[in-house]
Design a protein around this ligand. Structure first.
Ligand code: FAD
Length: 328
């Protein structure tokens, strides 16, 4: 099979992978973006009715204005925005092409094997996000078909007994939406209450529904076991059995470190498992391997957002240009 050679191979066609593509276009670097799913795959899989916490101008890139009906854009508006950005910049993105293996060669270049081909790259940018792997609860019954870690929309839950696990934005959105479509909702909260960082315009809504008893909430509790017709909860008052049809486990997500491991990118030894990189230029401990976007946060997935990661693109490309200048 013939190899395609590029200066920069970007893994991940999320917002930050696209921002890296734009930075390459601006500086005439030869690049390619490989995306395993659809364009902005993570955003595509977000709940249908989700609203971003960022205002639209904070999500802008490449000088393309982001117009949204309200100041906080919706998922659909964001999908359309990033599609337009890709079109305007004629970004070289190959969708439905998953990167499977990465190898650093003796001469410092990289061999990239995807589901569709083999590439030779001088530099790699890993912008693989964190949405592929859910944080599992690790309890019996978690693999039952009635359990999901990816909430999409409320319609399947009309008239059903739904358990929502978690206290963050995703859990709160799922609880309120399903409650308003007639589900009987119970929440399991690991701490004293709803997370402090839940969107400020949503937090009073969920707290008031819990206070008035429309949504039942067990605080300082966790799921112990999931059965076909009920769930067993561990609560401060002891074990509680709750009749149940569906479990929405909104327990967060974690980056897939497999590709980083293949290259020898080091992770911190503490519980954060943060990849090792230079914050001035995003280069990892492996020369020529750069990290961009939310993957940089390791298991602390709230460290990086689209808003504060767009800058990674220009930092990386500046560093690649400096290296190129020094070599010529
Ligand atoms: C519900 C929700 C709401 C959010 N709201 C906001 C907000 O309001 N503002 C904000 O700034 N951030 C928000 N975030 C965070 C933000 O969406 C993410 O930070 C954003 O998607 C990060 O962009 P990224 O490009 O780093 O990663 P991603 O968007 O996750 O992109 C990574 C891409 O890499 C692809 N990929 C992974 N592995 C491979 C592989 N092996 N081969 C090829 N492709 C691969 C994935 O398919 C994916 O498309 C939110 C997150 C969630 C979950």
């Amino acid at each position: 099979m013939e190899k395609t050679c590029v200066e920069v191979l970007i893994i991940g066609g999320g917002p930050i992978g696209l921002a890296c593509g734009i930075a390459c276009e601006e500086h005439q670097l030869d690049y390619l973006i490989l995306e395993k799913g659809v364009l902005t795959n993570s955003l595509f899989h977000y709940p249908l009715n989700m609203t971003f916490f960022s205002t639209s101008e904070k999500l802008e890139m490449g000088g393309v204005p982001f117009m949204s009906v309200s100041h906080k854009p919706t998922r659909t508006e964001a999908l359309e925005y990033y599609r337009r950005v890709t079109e305007k910049w004629r970004l070289r993105v190959r969708c439905y092409e998953e990167v499977l293996r990465l190898r650093r060669n003796e001469n410092g270049t990289f061999t990239v094997t995807s589901s569709k081909g083999v590439y030779e790259a001088q530099n790699l940018i890993l912008a693989t996000g964190f949405y592929d792997l859910p944080n599992l609860m690790g309890v019996p019954g978690e693999d039952l078909p009635k359990v999901t870690h990816y909430y999409k929309e409320p319609w399947p839950y009309i008239g059903q007994r739904v358990l929502v696990v978690g206290a963050g934005n995703s859990a709160v959105d799922a609880a309120l939406e399903t409650y308003r479509k007639g589900a009987q909702v119970t929440m399991v909260l690991p701490g004293e209450g709803i997370d402090e960082n839940v969107k400020y315009w949503v937090k009073p809504d969920i707290e008031n529904r819990i206070k008035e008893g429309s949504i039942r909430a067990y605080t300082q509790s966790r799921v112990q076991e999931i059965l076909a017709e009920e769930v067993l909860l561990h609560t401060p008052e002891g074990e509680v059995r709750v009749p149940n049809d569906f479990v929405l486990a909104m327990t967060g997500y974690r980056p897939n470190f497999a590709l980083l491991d293949q290259l020898g990118v080091e992770l911190s030894l503490d519980e954060k498992r943060q990849p090792c990189f230079d914050p001035d230029n995003q280069e990892s401990n492996v020369p020529g391997v750069y990290l961009a976007g939310v993957v940089c946060g390791g298991l602390v997935t709230r460290t990086y957002f689209i808003e504060n990661s767009i800058v990674h693109a220009s930092q990386i490309v500046q560093h690649i240009l400096q290296k190129k200048g020094a070599a010529s």
